[in-house]
Design a protein around this ligand. Structure first.
Ligand SMILES: *[C@@H]1O[C@H](CO)[C@@H](O)[C@H](O)[C@H]1NC(C)=O
Ligand SMILES: *[C@@H]1O[C@H](CO)[C@@H](O)[C@H](O)[C@H]1NC(C)=O
Ligand SMILES: *[C@@H]1O[C@H](CO)[C@@H](O)[C@H](O)[C@H]1NC(C)=O
Length: 388
């Protein structure tokens, strides 16, 4: 498990840097670890009864930015009043946005699958929570000084050759890089010790249904890794003139990496409620989708004040859902999402779905905007509810 987490960090960190430039989108084969969406096998989901999901402060005064982002149709909440609690969540989340994933035909479009079944449309209600604890500054400080020392040892032993470094920091050949770095025992151990020995965060996935804790732990670890990575990168850039970084390593302060840049920023975690749609031409017409024809061009947008969420949220069934810890499905794919995937689809007419299929992205019509399913990689998916 430790090894997996480590690989995942390395990989994620590269995604963070690279994925915007490698936008083959849902065909990206990203690191196998803790990503979303997934194919949910109902039989394998662990039954767990959670408290009721509660959504509050939905109302007619909610202000929305309706926007075609070029990748999706999004309703961004500007009032930030609606809240989500309960279910597999211990914290209170604030509504951020509702957006959609669709495909070019009715046989695809959803990101999650249930028992391999795809749906023509999947709505994501995304909520945010700022966690009130952070990467411990002492941890980063200690990591920093240990990094420097290790770097010197490695230089002396010539373990971290120029070639290695080039591989570590190159922004090209991303996929090869994943393989190369993760198979590089020297570098793996180098980072492994930092993350695992120094601070004993629980990394083992427990079977207790607390998926939100998994999300928090992975989010903090990712943040830590990014900080350390940034530091490594800083060293790499700043030692360019010096062939032996250990000369300057003796004067640690010379590396003026600013730890508080990382520790002072709030850490954000997300909860996403995923709702599947099936086609039925007698389906209700959704106000939330009715503006799609007004934002055909990429980046076109407007604001409106009305209740656009209740209509869908009162139709969905919160009595049966799957929940697990994963990632966003758009770059940079941070593993900071507690997913609540509703089992029962609701319905949409062809007419409304086809409106989405007319939206334009930077390269013409957004035909599809779903990401391929990712490996479960040892995670548990929980099922809340009575069997049908
Ligand atoms: C990865 O390793 C292979 C084999 O050693 C090498 O040919 C390739 O150039 C490396 N890729 C990158 C991006 O460094
Ligand atoms: C370090 O970053 C923090 C937060 O961004 C900032 O307030 C502080 O002035 C920075 N310190 C230095 C020495 O740059
Ligand atoms: C909204 O549209 C305006 C042009 O009407 C544009 O300048 C602005 O960047 C857009 N906002 C967003 C968030 O894309």
């Amino acid at each position: 498990m430790t090894r997996f987490i480590l690989f995942y960090f390395i990989a994620l960190c590269f995604i963070d840097k690279l994925s915007y430039s490698v936008m083959s989108y849902h065909h990206i084969t990203e690191p196998e670890y803790y990503q979303s969406p997934i194919n949910i096998i109902h039989e394998e989901a662990l039954k767990h009864i959670y408290p009721p999901v509660e959504i509050n402060n939905l109302g007619s005064e909610e202000k929305f930015l309706i926007i075609n982002t070029g990748h999706t149709y999004k309703l961004k909440g500007l009032s930030r009043e609606a809240t989500l609690t309960g279910g597999s969540l211990f914290n209170k989340y604030i509504f951020n946005n509702l957006h959609f994933h669709w495909g070019k035909t009715d046989s695809e479009g959803s990101e999650h699958r249930i028992d391999y079944e795809k749906f023509p449309l999947e709505a994501h209600f995304l909520w945010k929570h700022f966690i009130d604890y952070n990467v411990p500054p002492e941890f980063l400080k200690e990591s920093k000084s240990r990094y420097l020392k290790k770097l010197c040892v490695m230089y002396k032993k010539q373990q971290l050759s120029a070639k290695h470094k080039k591989q570590l920091f190159s922004t090209k050949h991303k996929e090869q890089l994943h393989t190369n770095i993760t198979s590089d025992v020297g570098i793996v151990n180098f980072i492994k010790e930092e993350l695992d020995d120094l601070h004993d965060w629980p990394v083992t996935v427990r079977k207790d249904g607390n998926v939100e804790r998994e999300t928090i732990v992975r989010t903090l670890k990712l943040k830590t890794f990014n900080a350390i990575y940034k530091y490594l990168k800083w060293i790499q850039v700043n030692e360019a003139e010096s062939s032996n970084p250990c000369d300057s390593a003796s004067n640690e302060e010379q590396y003026d990496f600013n730890i508080s840049e990382f520790t002072s920023q709030p850490t954000t975690i997300f909860a996403v409620i995923a709702v599947f749609f099936k086609i039925d031409d007698n389906a209700p017409r959704y106000d939330a989708l009715s503006f799609a024809n007004l934002v055909t061009e990429a980046n076109s947008n407007f604001t409106t004040v009305q209740d656009l969420l209740s209509q869908i949220l009162t139709l969905v069934n919160f009595n049966q859902y799957y929940t697990y810890s994963g990632s966003t499905t758009t770059p940079p794919f941070p593993t900071s999402v507690t997913w609540i995937v509703l089992r029962q689809p609701i319905f949409i007419s062809h007419e409304q779905l086809d409106r989405l299929r007319l939206l334009l992205g930077p390269e013409g019509i957004i035909r599809e905007n779903w990401r391929e399913v990712q490996p479960i990689a040892g995670r548990f998916v929980y099922f809340h509810g009575e069997e049908a």
